[in-house]
Design a protein around this ligand. Sequence first.
Ligand SMILES: Nc1ncnc2c1ncn2[C@@H]1O[C@H](COP(=O)(O)OP(=O)(O)O)[C@@H](O)[C@H]1O
Ligand SMILES: [Mg+2]
Length: 155
Amino acid sequence: MHEIDLANEDATLAFGAQLAQALMPGLTIYLEGDLGAGKTTLTRGVLRGLGYTGKVKSPTYTLLELYTISSLYLYHFDFYRFADPQEWVDAGFRDYFNSDSVCIVEWPEKAGEFLPTPDLRIEISAQQSGRSLHVHAETEAGKQCLMRLNSVEKS
Ligand SMILES: Nc1ncnc2c1ncn2[C@@H]1O[C@H](COP(=O)(O)OP(=O)(O)O)[C@@H](O)[C@H]1O
Ligand SMILES: [Mg+2]
């Protein structure tokens, strides 16, 4: 487990950019936290870190935004609007979770048990000012990612 304080939006974007350097195809990352916690901001930081300069929209209404960055496919999901986890199955999203892609998921709890288990689970919570972040590695691939993240942070 890895804990980090983010004083402001720029710190969230900077952390996302560091996380970007530690990503590998095949990783699934859950982003957990209330509305406005900073899940989309963090994902924007990841995409900026990967060199994506276009607009990063919240997938709240579209459920999914797709990004192709050189050899990496990044899928940014937001399941906030799911009323029933079965909607996840019906939407056919299972195929996106494969060894070529990085999947970042806001509101994974709304997809229930159907969603593949994550490699990393990032909890974001609001503090008096700023946010605190807890990063949990849940698989061997997640642990490797966290180790790369540690060395990015130190460099
Ligand atoms: N570390 C931080 N400290 C304070 N405010 C932040 C921080 N990170 C992000 N924010 C702000 O919090 C809000 C988060 O919005 P958003 O990323 O859309 O949240 P979510 O996707 O979790 O609903 C934005 O207004 C952003 O500027
Ligand atoms: Mg969001």
